[in-house]
Structures are given as structure tokens and as C-alpha cells.
Design a binder for this molecule. Structure first.
Ligand SMILES: NC(=O)c1ccc[n+]([C@@H]2O[C@H](COP(=O)([O-])OP(=O)(O)OC[C@H]3O[C@@H](n4cnc5c(N)ncnc54)[C@H](O)[C@@H]3O)[C@@H](O)[C@H]2O)c1
Ligand SMILES: [Zn+2]
Length: 366
């Protein structure tokens, strides 16, 4: 199988860069649709609109209802078509950005991702995660193109609630464990249907090292809305390194277990990265990683404030039937769990989740 690597055209990160959005986007089009939910538009609509207008764009804002669902995508496609928008700017968290990518794909517009939280690696990827109107995982939707521009203002990232930043660390930390599994599996594929390049795998590993070196200090800074060099490093890890690392390196059990967990209504208040962390620990148990490594991962993530038990993501009384449903969904034919370098069965996944939960209780700090 051939090796494939792909990435967004341009990435800009720094304190106060929101006001430069128009300049960086100026070659992409003339009419911009800014998409963000009410909270996000409250934070960025004025500055982004001013920046786009001073770069010559006609600008219209649309309020996103919060779910990356087909219903919401179609509603916003109608707005974009009526406005003749040739650039869609998705501001906010993963769901808003995923919706912006879907709208841009349907209308042929260019995409700008402007994360206002460093909570996921959605801003750089060429796919959207689509949910039902009720928030259950439905499918990955793949696009031919990556976002044309990704712009991350670290002042906004640091000022946002710390939980988002910590969630992004959970999402990013999975990247190396999953890329490592996909690399070891002789049939392991990345998101482009190819084998991971050395570059893709190396970016996933750099993501891991950056978090080991900077996460604790960065979380302290973000608690105080401060932008430090460690905040810059972790923002880049959560956004760029994690995004390039997962798409190019491939993902495996942790994200499949996350997708399985979305079957349980009780997990819907836990963020993507929080559920992924439970998936990561479960993956390590599934792979039979040494006890010391599993315990160390639990301690490291728990001290940062990430959940390490099912109870911490909302599942209080674990029913056997529920875990069977999670494990079945995690092992669906098209799931990335099959990038693990061994055959995976639902029973093994269920038992790994149960054991990871027990180890989380034993070693976790919360
Ligand atoms: N496409 C991909 O490659 C990819 C990768 C990872 C995750 N995802 C998807 O991303 C989604 C999760 O994203 P998420 O965790 O960012 O959550 P989210 O998008 O559901 O919610 C983000 C929340 O943060 C709020 N917010 C945003 N900026 C803020 C700020 N500066 N201050 C205060 N509040 C702010 C928003 O109002 C919103 O309520 C899931 O749907 C997941 O599947 C996609
Ligand atoms: Zn993720």
C-alpha cells in the first residue's frame, strides 16, 4: 500500500492573531460567512467582521445551533447559497468547525478554521464527525480538501474555560498511542487510505513529547488566563500536531471506544477529549501494555484533570449490557479499532474498558 501525507495550506498561531484573519484569508474569496454559536459570536463577531471587512470581504454571521448534524448543515448551506459566500469561517469548538467544513464542501467555498478553544484536533483535519440531532455519533465525512487556513489566537484559547484546554490534551495524548498501533499493524491505514509516512508518525510522537514536557505548566497558566511559551506549545500540540498526527498517522482503539461510549446517553456531558482519555487507557489495557506504563498514563492525565474512570464521564452504575453495546459499536467493521496490530473482538474490548475503569479508580488522583 502506498504512503500518503496531506495537511492544511496555512497555519497561523499567536497572541491576538484574530485581528489578522482578513489579511491571511484575503486571497481565498470575497464574501465570507462567519459561523459560530451564540457564545462564540459574542466573543469574536465584532473583531473578525472588522478584520474581514477591512480586507475587502462582504461578511455575514450565522448562529450555529450546537450540533454537527445533517439538519444543521443543510440549514446553513441554504444561508451560504443565498449569500453567495465563497469563504466559510468556522469559529468555536469541534462541532462548529466540523459544520463549517461540511457547509464549505457542499457549496464549494474555501474553509477557514478559527478555534476559540484548544479542545480537539478538528480545526486542521479534512473530515467532519457527524452526529444525529440527538448527539449520537453517526459517521466520519471525508473531504478532498483540508481547511485553507487555520488561525489560532492563543489569547482566546487561554481565556476560555480550562476544561476545554484539558480536553484537548486528552484528545492529543491519544494521537501517539493510536499512530503507534497503526504503524505496527501491517494493514494499518491513515485517514487517507494509505500507509502512514515517517513524517506523520513523527508528528504524532512530537505531540506526545510536547505534552509530557509542557502540559502541567500550560494548564496552570490557562487557569490564570495567561499565555506562556508552554501554552503556545500545548496549543500547537492539541491543534496542529494532534491533527496532522492523527490524520496522517492513523487512529486505533481509543477513538473507536470513544465512539462506542457516545452510545450511552449518560456520557453526553463529557467532552470529546474526556471520553477519548478513557478510550486511551482502555486501549493500553487492550494492548497488554506494562502495568507501570498504564499506571503512569492514568496518573499523568488524572493530575491534569482528565477523567480516568467511567463514573468521571457520567456512567455511574456500569451495566454489563451497556458495556456490551459500547464494545459492539467500537468494533463495527468500519471502526479504526481494526488498526490495532491484532484481531479485536467486542468481548476483549468490554473487558479492557472494565479493567481500565478499575485501574483508574486505583491510580487516579481525582
Ligand atoms: N473533525 C475532526 O477531525 C474532529 C476531531 C476531534 C473531535 N471532533 C469533534 O469535535 C466535537 C467536540 O468538540 P469540542 O470538544 O470543542 O466541543 P463542542 O464543539 O461541542 O463545544 C464547544 C463549546 O465551547 C464553547 N466555546 C467555544 N469557544 C469558547 C470560548 N473561547 N470561551 C467559552 N466558551 C467557548 C462553545 O460555545 C461550545 O459550547 C465532537 O463532535 C467531536 O467528534 C472532530
Ligand atoms: Zn479526537
Amino acid at each position: 500500500m502506498e504512503k500518503l501525507f496531506a495537511s492544511p495550506a496555512k497555519y497561523v498561531q499567536g497572541r491576538g492573531v484574530a485581528s489578522q484573519l482578513g489579511d491571511h484569508a484575503s486571497s481565498l474569496g470575497e464574501s465570507a460567512l462567519l459561523l459560530g454559536d451564540e457564545t462564540v459570536l459574542g466573543l469574536v463577531e465584532d473583531s473578525v467582521t472588522a478584520s474581514l471587512e477591512s480586507a475587502g470581504f462582504e461578511t455575514r454571521a450565522v448562529t450555529f445551533d450546537g450540533e454537527a448534524s445533517q439538519t444543521e448543515i443543510e440549514r446553513i448551506v441554504d444561508v451560504a447559497e443565498a449569500e453567495g459566500s465563497d469563504v466559510v469561517v468556522g469559529a468555536g469548538g469541534g462541532k462548529g468547525i466540523d459544520t463549517a467544513k461540511a457547509v464549505a464542501d457542499a457549496t464549494g467555498a474555501a474553509t477557514v478554521s478559527m478555534p476559540t478553544v484548544a479542545s480537539t484536533d478538528a480545526p486542521t483535519s479534512s473530515l467532519s464527525v457527524i452526529y444525529s440531532d440527538h448527539g449520537e455519533f453517526e459517521a466520519y465525512r471525508f473531504y478532498d480538501r483540508h481547511p485553507d487556513l487555520v488561525l489560532v489566537d492563543t489569547e482566546l484559547i487561554a481565556a476560555a474555560p480550562t476544561r476545554f484546554f484539558v480536553s484537548g490534551i486528552g484528545d492529543a495524548l491519544a494521537t501517539w498511542y493510536e499512530a503507534d498501533a497503526a504503524r505496527r499493524d501491517t494493514d494499518g491505514e491513515n485517514f487517507f487510505g494509505g500507509r502512514p509516512t515517517r513524517a506523520g508518525t513523527a508528528l504524532a510522537e512530537l505531540c506526545y513529547e510536547t505534552l509530557q514536557d509542557h502540559a502541567a505548566s500550560a494548564v496552570e497558566a490557562v487557569e490564570r488566563d495567561a499565555v506562556t511559551e508552554s501554552v503556545e506549545a500545548v496549543t500547537e500540540a492539541n491543534t496542529l500536531l494532534s491533527g496532522l498526527g492523527f490524520e496522517n498517522g492513523g487512529i486505533a482503539a481509543a477513538h473507536s471506544i470513544h465512539n462506542g461510549l457516545t452510545q450511552l446517553e449518560s456520557t453526553h456531558d463529557a467532552s470529546h477529549g474526556e471520553k477519548v482519555n478513557v478510550g486511551t487507557i482502555s486501549q493500553l489495557v487492550l494492548e497488554g501494555k506494562p502495568d507501570g506504563q498504564v499506571a503512569e498514563t492514568i496518573r499523568f492525565t488524572s493530575e491534569l484533570g482528565l477523567p480516568v474512570t467511567l463514573a468521571e464521564i457520567g456512567v455511574d452504575d456500569v451495566e454489563a449490557a451497556d458495556l456490551d453495546a459500547v464494545a459492539e459499536a467500537a468494533c463495527a467493521d468500519d471502526e479504526t479499532i481494526h488498526n490495532e496490530p491484532f484481531a479485536v473482538e467486542p468481548a476483549a474490548v468490554r473487558d479492557a474498558i472494565l479493567t481500565a475503569d478499575a485501574l483508574g479508580h486505583k491510580h487516579g488522583a481525582n
